[in-house]
Design a protein around this ligand. Structure first.
Ligand SMILES: CC(C)(COP(=O)(O)OP(=O)(O)OC[C@H]1O[C@@H](n2cnc3c(N)ncnc32)[C@H](O)[C@@H]1OP(=O)(O)O)[C@@H](O)C(=O)NCCC(=O)NCCS
Length: 157
């Protein structure tokens, strides 16, 4: 299903007539010096427990990248595990000069997949839509934030 407005795509994985996974792609902005840029955010990603470790999450991430490319987004951002997403087309966003929407997003967790429409000047701060703030879903808060920072301490920002 592709929708306009905040939700750009909502994709499901089906197995034997049952929905076993879902990934959402929504709209955000990149506050670049030259212009405000429409970008995409991957969240949430989920696979039902009894169907995990069969490649469904990997397939959904790949489909999300394709969906973001199809709507012309120059970049797809997310907050998540660097080991999981790093092996599935994402890299640390800070390495391209991107800044997370919240200072409470550890650098290693802030990731991006650069897409065909990306140009070098398109860098700056990611700006989430209001729904992220009204649900207090940007970054993490203590004690979860402090715990993740300890776990990521050995990873480069
Ligand atoms: C993360 C999730 C979507 C992966 O789905 P999946 O269908 O099992 O993924 P795949 O089969 O493609 O990949 C499985 C691999 O991901 C790894 N993995 C799962 N969760 C992980 C995590 N949080 N961090 C790092 N790796 C993770 C598994 O260990 C497995 O590794 P292996 O291949 O070496 O055995 C699923 O575990 C899930 O729904 N988790 C709960 C919700 C969640 O954490 N969503 C992500 C939020 S950013």
């Amino acid at each position: 299903m592709v929708a306009s407005g905040f939700v750009r795509s909502s994709l499901v994985a089906c197995l034997g007539g049952r929905i076993v996974g879902h990934v959402g792609i929504s709209h955000a902005w990149l506050d670049a010096r030259q212009a405000l840029v429409d970008v995409a955010v991957l969240s949430p990603l989920s696979v039902v427990p009894d169907a995990q470790r069969n490649g469904i999450g990997t397939a959904l991430v790949g489909s999300a990248i394709e969906a973001a490319r199809d709507v012309g987004a120059p970049a797809l951002f997310l907050e998540g595990s660097p080991s999981y997403y790093g092996a599935r087309g994402f890299e640390q966003a800070g390495r391209h000069g991107f800044e997370p929407a919240s200072a409470r997003t550890p650098g290693a967790a802030f990731q991006v997949a650069l897409l065909d429409a990306h140009e070098d000047w398109m860098t700056g701060r990611l700006v989430y839509r209001d729904v992220w703030w009204s649900h207090d879903s940007a970054g993490l808060r203590d004690p979860d934030l402090a715990d993740l920072e300890r776990r990521f301490a050995d990873l480069p920002d």
